[in-house]
Write a protein that binds this ligand. Structure first.
Ligand SMILES: *[C@@H]1O[C@H](CO)[C@@H](O)[C@H](O)[C@H]1NC(C)=O
Ligand SMILES: *[C@@H]1O[C@H](CO)[C@@H](O)[C@H](O)[C@H]1NC(C)=O
Ligand SMILES: *[C@@H]1O[C@H](CO)[C@@H](O)[C@H](O)[C@H]1NC(C)=O
Ligand SMILES: *[C@@H]1O[C@H](CO)[C@@H](O)[C@H](O)[C@H]1NC(C)=O
Ligand SMILES: *[C@@H]1O[C@H](CO)[C@@H](O)[C@H](O)[C@H]1NC(C)=O
Ligand SMILES: *[C@@H]1O[C@H](CO)[C@@H](O)[C@H](O)[C@H]1NC(C)=O
Ligand SMILES: *[C@@H]1O[C@H](CO)[C@@H](O)[C@H](O)[C@H]1NC(C)=O
Ligand SMILES: *[C@@H]1O[C@H](CO)[C@@H](O)[C@H](O)[C@H]1NC(C)=O
Ligand SMILES: *[C@@H]1O[C@H](CO)[C@@H](O)[C@H](O)[C@H]1NC(C)=O
Length: 488
């Protein structure tokens, strides 16, 4: 990971690469063919095919579990199974009371790794375990409590083997399914400098960063199941449950529009149906913004990917709709004009931002992050509107390779309640963090007036060496326009 300074004058021109849109490809729904596509139905005695046509293979007596660890795990049946849960892979599990290692032969390159958990009781209550892959801790003291859950990670594998360790931390551990699918190079981790939210700094990925998918939404549209994705089996959910304060706006599902992927947005970026549907404020709208709220682990960097594609037939020219993106109440400062940046109606594009979700005081756990889009009135667009087609949010590992957040919300210290509404979330960009302690404290003091607690926030995750990044003076940060948004 590297942080460099953005050119202050260039903030609105950072995604110039989107202008290279002239070669338009028009192939009909092509699929990416992953070189590795492994699905393990843990604890099930035979190979099976799921209703969606995917083949799940058994791990019973397989080479995925070394014969050097006999009896560390047993195959087990879920004690109860509600009808709404898919049979495969959730009816059976592999449970373990001591460390269990899986080893998979694969090709090097970036992979999706997905774990399937059905927290039905297998061996009494009290499962809690951690999961790691290579140098990454993916889940820590994890005890799933929802109906059933899929955890997705993106990891770059450099070897021909992928070792995954499951370690019980309390009681026992279990896993119902494991999936490993190759992903296209540069799908999420690209050799591009990414803008920090509300900052004049750039973020640069190294090739060793792992991501956890925390939200993937088909905004304004229906759920898109894995088999309807672009060949890499991602699930896209509806955005309905995340909309803040009933600001639903309007949705559109334009099945007529011909989606034209430009060369900068390969077809596998997102399926056509994601771009065909969108949420708008509405051209004659009463609402002032589109806004969503997401529960996020504090103390981590996040990658935010916004997918856009203009699908309203009346929007075809630049300056008809121009809007701002705000993440955690900090505006990106970039004036989004989808037609201008994508090149036309029906042409997909996306923008990426990086930001850190910072804890309030010594509180660690989950907090709500607000994301909103609102019209850029200064530009005097023809319509006061904004549009969003899709949104993906990924958590980035800390410098020590940790991706595990707290599983259950920890109790907030009482004093933290007094100053803040519970739905408060603050994003501080890496520039401030990479700087000297003095700058960090002053800036954060300005933002939160809780100077005393700042050190605690960074202790755990961030240990950037100061010589790798530039020192930031307070003046530079506070004169940055974006900070005007911050309530003092
Ligand atoms: C299941 O499928 C895998 C991969 O095709 C194969 O190697 C294995 O022998 C099969 N196992 C059984 C029990 O059929
Ligand atoms: C594993 O369990 C089986 C059956 O319970 C037993 O016969 C065998 O001795 C055990 N092996 C080891 C290495 O403990
Ligand atoms: C599992 O893998 C880890 C890391 O490679 C290793 O340290 C540990 O000894 C292995 N555990 C077992 C039970 O083989
Ligand atoms: C995976 O584990 C095997 C033994 O269980 C070990 O020989 C191999 O070096 C490990 N590979 C990686 C990449 O950790
Ligand atoms: C990451 O890997 C790609 C392809 O292997 C390489 O071109 C690039 O220079 C690497 N980036 C960094 C920062 O090491
Ligand atoms: C769009 O509408 C079509 C037809 O009504 C429907 O089948 C499809 O699921 C919708 N797509 C989305 C993404 O909402
Ligand atoms: C869009 O608006 C900007 C600022 O108001 C103006 O400079 C630009 O010429 C307009 N572009 C078009 C294509 O109307
Ligand atoms: C993630 O972990 C790897 C390996 O520990 C490290 O090289 C990388 O810089 C980390 N990423 C971030 C964003 O800290
Ligand atoms: C974000 O700003 C709005 C007003 O613009 C305010 O009502 C809200 O409390 C702020 N949210 C947070 C999380 O600070």
């Amino acid at each position: 990971m590297k942080i460099t300074q953005r050119n202050p004058l260039g903030t609105t021109h950072f995604f110039l690469f989107f202008l290279i849109h002239f070669t338009i490809s028009t192939s009909a729904d092509p699929l990416y063919i992953p070189s590795d596509n492994i699905l393990i139905n843990c604890g099930f005695p035979s190979n099976t095919t799921a209703p969606n046509g995917r083949n799940w293979i058994t791990d019973v007596d397989s080479n995925f579990i070394s014969s050097l660890q006999p009896n560390t795990s047993i195959a087990s049946q879920a004690s109860k199974q509600s009808i709404s849960i898919p049979q495969i892979p959730y009816t059976t599990a592999r449970i373990f009371y001591s460390q269990l290692n899986y080893s998979f032969p694969i090709s090097p390159g970036p992979k999706f790794i997905r774990f399937y958990f059905n927290p039905a009781s297998y061996s009494g209550p009290g499962a809690g375990f951690s999961v790691s892959a290579g140098q990454f801790t993916l889940l820590g003291n994890f005890s799933p409590s929802e109906d059933y859950v899929i955890k997705e990670f993106c990891i770059n594998i450099e070897d021909y083997k992928l070792n995954i360790s499951f370690t019980p931390s309390q009681g026992y551990g279990f896993v119902n399914g494991i999936e490993i699918v190759s992903m296209p190079l540069n799908l999420y981790i690209r050799n591009e400098l990414l803008p920090f939210v509300g900052q004049l700094n750039w973020f640069e990925f190294d090739n060793y960063t792992a991501l956890e998918t925390v939200y993937r939404l088909n905004v304004g549209g229906n759920e898109i199941p894995p088999e309807k994705d672009t060949g890499i089996f991602r699930s896209w959910s509806e955005d309905h449950d995340y909309i803040l304060d009933g600001e639903y706006g309007a949705t559109s599902n334009n099945t007529e529009v011909d989606i034209q992927y430009p060369s900068t947005v390969p077809f596998y970026t997102a399926p056509e149906n994601l771009y065909r549907s969108a949420r708008f404020m509405g051209l004659d709208s009463k609402i002032k913004q589109l806004a969503w709220s997401f529960s996020m682990d504090t103390g981590f960097f996040y990658l935010f990917r916004f997918h856009f594609c203009e699908i309203l037939h009346q929007i075809t020219k630049p300056n008809q709709t121009v809007f701002y993106i705000s993440i955690g109440n900090m505006t990106s400062g970039d004036r989004m004009d989808v037609i201008k940046w994508s090149g036309g109606n029906g042409v997909p594009m996306y923008v990426d931002y990086v930001g850190m979700v910072v804890a309030e005081g010594s509180y660690r756990g989950k907090q709500d992050l607000w994301i909103s889009l609102y019209p850029c009135i200064e530009e005097k667009p023809e319509y006061n509107d904004a549009i969003l087609n899709g949104l993906e949010i990924f958590k980035l590992n800390c410098t020590d390779g940790n991706l595990a957040g707290t599983n259950s919300p920890s109790t907030k210290p009482a004093w933290a309640h007094s100053g803040f509404p519970s739905r408060r979330l603050i994003l501080v960009a890496g520039g401030a963090m990479a700087g000297g302690t003095v700058a960090i404290c002053l800036v954060c003091f300005l933002i939160y007036r809780y100077r005393r607690s700042m050190k605690v926030m960074y202790e755990k995750c961030i240990s950037l060496s100061a010589n790798r990044s530039r020192y930031f003076s307070l003046a530079e940060i506070t004169t940055s326009k974006q900070y005007e948004q911050v309530e003092l």
